[in-house]
Ligand binder design. Sequence first.
Ligand code: ADP
Ligand code: F6P
Length: 539
Amino acid sequence: MTSPDVLQSETEYPRLLLASNREPFRVIRGTDGDVRHCIRSMGGLTSALCPVLERCEGVWVSWNPEPFAPDDEIQVREQDGDGIPFPVIQVGLRNSEVRSYYNGFCNRALWPLCHTILRCVTPRLDYWQDFRLINERFADEIATQSRRSDVIWIHDYHLMLVPAAMRRRIDPKHRVGYFHHVPFPNARVLKAFPWHRQLIKGLLGADSIGFHTPEYASNFIECCQELLSCDTRTEQGTIVHGKHKTVVRVRPIGVDAKAFASLADEPEVRKHAIEIRRTLPCERLVLSVDRLDYTKGILERVEAIRSLFSRLPQCRGVVTFMQVAVPTRPDVPEYQQYRLKLEEAINALNGEFGHGDWKPFIYRTEPLNRKELVAHYLAADVACVTPIADGMNLVASEYCASRTDEDGVLVLSNQAGASAILGEFAISVDIRHQESVVTGILQALTMSEAEQSSRMQKLRSLVMKNTTDVWLRNCLHDILEPDPVEGEQVAVFAQREQSRRNGNGRAHAGKSRHPAHSHGAAAKRRHHAGNGNAQRPAH
Ligand code: ADP
Ligand code: F6P
């Protein structure tokens, strides 16, 4: 496993008790039922958090669809360099609970609700009942595992009720953090959801809540104010509910940038990138890498590509689009329908424009390992990241981190959280308007080398600054001893408020880069301040 650039000084970090629904690794068994090897689970959450626990002491509590037997874990850990390098505690779910809690409430209600794709929201009472039950089960397991000095850090919408459930189980002085990896809807949207008060109260059990962008954070504060009548201080990011105070912070997640860059410089990976291009009968390659999720805008992208080839015949035989889309949540009807529709659209596109060896659209559904992924990032002239809504989107940052030659172009949806950081130097497009996507792709394909390099240098410098390491330190600091008033966070919220008053709902359409800057500033300030408290994360 590549060494991440996180945690230079492990000793200064507390022991972490991480909890998420998704397990960090999946075990792969042979026909005899024995564990053969394990592979990293797909998705932004595990990509971001694995490097954290690979380096600091901790335990990860999660559900695993493939339960380990007691001696499996030993086998799993004995895998040579490819095992699970930290303890994993499993929370067991029955099949019926997987259907109602995970497929049902998490994936058919909360996921589309958070992404404001309301036609997909299915708010069923039986789903909700199991969601509550499973959140309690997680809280029991976390409480069993926890030691007095641990930092309990709960992750993502599957476990929104756990922070408050922890308060009923542990000492009030015990610090609990929560990080929300997806967008947070505004009060108008959340209000229409039957269990909105319970969800907000569930989160407010945390001492600190982190969001990727000012928009999501201020939506949450607005919900606390309007739907629960909490005492909120928007510009300071604090919420008081009953006797408990929660701080809300904007902490955009980063990637393990140095690890991607160093893989990109490995001769074997470079050779693979050349090989990918050699086997493709085209001059330009545009790449997209996503979970096969309707929020990722894959279908809309295919429609935009169809329009591009139909209007510009000179692109045929010259440009190839490659989509790596790994199926996800396969038991959820909306995902099954989306996949069928998508594959139909891709077949039609290839049928209409493909000729000879050349296909306009190469569609692959297999997961890539890290080296293959970076080789694909290196092979692509353009990365096209155009979700309809996305908490952050790590693929955008991974592409930039991998482009060590400082070329290549990022086309980025203004609906991705990543746009708050990278939007200014990417080609920013609006996926809701096909024309914007077509024009954005063309602009990327025809960009001069000088402009590519100038943009990519800036993108890389942002990605290199805003790493997993910086995110982790800031989040731990927020959980352990949040500053009562943090200057740059006040600026973030103030700017967001201003933008809302001016009627600009989405504050991150390429201009609002405060969060990334505030990280650098915060880190520098704390460094100069001499890092007085032993529990405070090191810099
Ligand atoms: P999400 O959290 O919604 O899945 P992100 O873009 O934030 O979206 O994170 C996706 C993560 O999964 C990234 O780290 C990306 O590299 C990884 N990933 C997505 N698709 C693939 C794939 N086909 N092969 C390997 N990794 C993938
Ligand atoms: O990053 C958002 C997220 O929902 C994570 O919480 C999750 O692990 C990932 O996407 C993949 O989804 P799933 O865990 O449902 O496969």
